[in-house]
Design a protein around this ligand. Structure first.
Ligand SMILES: Nc1ncnc2c1ncn2[C@@H]1O[C@H](COP(=O)(O)OP(=O)(O)OP(=O)(O)O)[C@@H](O)[C@H]1O
Ligand SMILES: [Mg+2]
Length: 353
């Protein structure tokens, strides 16, 4: 299938879906613990995550450091085996381990990392990186001329033109933004349907972040890509993503269309994120300053996560049940698809909000 044919696939078609996705990393036990009867410990990095990536749409995954965002991306890229749950590609359950099955999966689902310098090999030129990507996925053509045309096309797609200026350079000879464009071009060399972008602009200079996000948006539209956009920065999610999901301590706490989630956040954690984001036209949240103080605590241990709602120890609105009952996703307001996993919204029918 060529990328042009891909682009004709219907928009909104589900490409990749996480269903109850869970990852616990076992904690290595110290020698003396081996002789005790203590339970095996694990880092509960991701628990019961549901996520749907559709063609031509960007989903932002937002949360503070350690909340499990990269783990979700790595699970979706099949770089880690999952502990539980399912990953479906076009409705089919997938579990891929190395070899040609992994290559087949990677041809459809590509990842872009935060640090383009680390993801490119310093001893190889841009030509080498892109040629390898084309060859691995069988898109290098038969002749030298085919390959040159494919390389020119890839660099053109990420606006690195003329190609001669870039092809024979080494990664260190490019700027950070140019390197990230090369990493994106390399991902496109597989002609994927989905891109998993793990903080793709957070290492870049502020002045060029927008250019790279605009490039990703342009690619999403032209190639009808499904994009997962991982970020700390909820303001950029509003700008760039169709849908925004908020993650706290390994669990999804809120989701909906980006405008609604960022303008009328429901979960106290999302409100806290927005209140602490340096967004010039952010809403003036209704958290009073004393409440904010309470919210500024430390993220919890994921080895022994808080019971009930994982946010309850930091939550300005915590109620007794929040420390015992795990909140379920509840529909919020009138915006379709807006939900929050928060007991504040568990109101009896007709009781109002
Ligand atoms: N390979 C691993 N082995 C053990 N624990 C891990 C591993 N990878 C991640 N973790 C733990 O899982 C949790 C989630 O990590 P993850 O990297 O997914 O967070 P993140 O949201 O991407 O954070 P950041 O914003 O800092 O990138 C953290 O507590 C982390 O220490
Ligand atoms: Mg991360």
């Amino acid at each position: 299938m060529t990328s042009l044919q891909d682009a004709k696939a219907p928009a909104n078609e589900v490409v990749l879906e996480a269903i109850g996705l869970t990852k616990h990393f076992p904690v290595r036990r110290r020698l003396r613990d081996l002789f005790s009867s203590s339970e095996k410990k694990a880092v509960h990095a991701v628990d019961d995550v549901h996520l749907t990536l559709r063609r031509g749409k960007v989903v932002a995954l937002v949360g503070e450091s350690g909340s499990g965002k990269s783990t979700v991306a790595r699970l979706l890229a099949q770089l880690y085996p999952r502990t539980d749950g399912d990953i479906q590609l076009h409705g089919e359950s997938t579990r891929v381990k190395g070899g040609s099955a992994f290559r087949g999966y990677a041809a459809r689902v590509q990842m872009i990392f935060q640090d383009p310098f680390a993801s490119l090999n310093p001893v190889h030129t841009i030509r080498y990186h892109l040629t390898r990507a084309l060859q691995i996925h069988g898109h290098a053509g038969r002749t030298e001329a085919d390959l040159e045309a494919a390389l020119t096309d890839l660099l053109g797609r990420v606006s690195l033109t003329p190609p001669e200026r870039y092809l024979d350079k080494f990664p260190h000879e490019l700027s950070g933004g140019q390197r990230q464009r090369v990493a994106i071009a390399r991902a496109l060399g597989a002609r994927p349907e989905a891109l998993l972008a793990d903080e793709p602009v957070s290492m870049l200079d502020v002045s060029i972040r927008l250019g790279v996000l605009n490039l990703l948006r342009d690619l999403k539209e032209r190639l009808n890509l499904a994009i997962l956009y991982i970020t700390h920065d909820i303001a950029s999610a509003r700008y760039f993503a169709d849908e925004t999901m908020v993650m706290y301590a390994g669990r999804m706490v809120e989701g909906g269309d980006s405008e609604t989630v960022t303008q009328t956040p429901a979960h106290p954690y999302t409100r806290l994120l927005i209140a602490s984001a340096p967004d010039p036209d952010r809403l003036t949240g209704d958290l009073d300053p004393t409440e904010e103080d309470r919210g500024n605590g430390e993220p919890p241990s994921l080895i022994d996560p808080p019971s009930g709602c994982r946010f309850h120890p930091r939550c300005p609105a915590a109620m007794p049940r929040c420390s015992t009952d795990l909140p379920v996703p509840l529909t919020i307001g009138d915006a379709p698809g807006h939900w929050a996993a928060c007991w504040l919204y568990d109101v009896p029918e007709g009781a109002g909000k």
